[in-house]
Design a protein around this ligand. Sequence first.
Ligand code: NAP
Length: 511
Amino acid sequence: MQDQHGIAPSESAAAPAAGEPDHEAIIVGAGFGGMGAAIQLGRLGLTRLAILERGGDLGGTWHVNRYPGLAVDIASFTYSYSFAPNPHWSRMFAPGEELKRYAEHVADTYGLRRHMRFNTVVESARWDERARWWEVRLRGGETLTGRYLVTATGFLSQPKVPDLPGIGTFAGKVVHSTDWDDTYDLTGRRAAVIGTGATAVQLIPVVARRVAELTVYQRTPIWVTPKLDAPIPPVVRRLFARLPVTQRAARVVNSTVLEAIMVVGVLHYRHARLANRGAELLARAHLRRQVRDPELRRKLTPRYSFGCKRPTFSNTYFPSFTLPHVRLETSPIARVEPDAIVTEDGRRTEIDTLLLATGFDLWETNFPALRITGRDGLDLGGWWRANRFQAYQGLTVPGFPNLLSLNSPYSYSGLSYFTTIEAQMRHIGRLFGELRRRGSTVFEVTREANDAFLDRVTRLLGDSVFTLGNCAPARSYYFNQHGEPALLRPTATLSTLREAGRFPLSAYDYA
Ligand code: NAP
């Protein structure tokens, strides 16, 4: 099978020649990021790849998350690789299991499975200066070597379990949204959900339909706008399959609208405050239409500017709180007891099921997700923390030759994770093209290029809602422990993609 560029999946891996590393590239993570990198490296002619995955199967987020209600919250026309359109999505916002099947389909189409090793935890990686390759150590002691190291470990991959007093004493069932127990029957339960982020917004309406009582513990409300969702009729799916240009057109329209809502008004807040205000008004009107009780509405209304924290889309979230057996609790949790949650106002709510939609730890454990030691013993996590979090074009770091760190500071290009991946694939293509032209095997971004990029994103972020809006009450994971919004890349999606294909080749040293 060939992709739409007419490129066949890479040939079977050959054994390494003497003096060569075990693999041309080692990719950590078999989610959409790692698979995108593998596809690109395959197109560039690298055949000896290892894709190491700690989970039992491929798909990353879409393998791990199986909670009820799981679906994309960026419409599927946009939330997919542009080079591998899927005409078979059942809805505009496809359910989670379709994303998992899509990941499997992509892996099969591009022959990626043979490179994958599951249940394989990478603990550390060290640049071997003499051999000029990476030495990667696995849990259990095995060591692999690879000329290039690609970390594709995701942003949202280290689940956060809240450190609430007494949580360990809870005698009922505890389930984190990333570790859903499909065998656990919610029918008739007295359940609590902690958290009101994008996961909870999807989970709560489904849980509310099944349980006898539901208390939702909200610390920070979330901006929610209407979800323009509908099944995609078979006739349209057939049209997408026969005339792919029609699906590409749907992608362009959807991406343009999303760019206006989720990117322009957030990143260009100084000049596009009205776009941001418009999105906020839309969310307020949505809440007013769905919730009549002014007190409940007040509790559900965020006190921070739209976009400080990831907004989401739902038509069923707000109405859940109007059901007689569902209660929104906004008093902070004081402690958890074996059969109850007690809030600071003294209220004790008996529960038998505790559902944690408490999100992920990004900045403490995830940057990076494994110990990475570059030139001269430089530790990436330590360096990021001692200096500022930074990476050239959100991808490469000085002092770390031949490292492509996909989930780096300033890498996330706001529209959809696929935009980020595809920009990075393009960057890799240009970089490796130059390596080949020079007959080099080692690249390293220069300090000057890295510093200039950091200065530039810092300056651009000065125009964003993160700097000019009211973000302090948002508790947003976009901000790191130093209060810097170091996750999102503050450039428009199109310019991110354009730059990935045009960055100055002098940004790198080659050897
Ligand atoms: P999240 O946005 O980080 O939300 C976690 C929630 O748990 C927040 O409401 C947080 O409150 C609360 N929380 C955490 N610790 C707490 C504690 N100790 N006490 C009380 N409350 C606590 O995580 P998420 O909802 O899993 O979503 C993460 C991201 O995943 C989203 O932003 C989105 O990008 C992505 N996502 C995508 C989809 C999709 O496309 N289908 C679906 C779900 C998620 P505070 O806000 O006060 O900290």
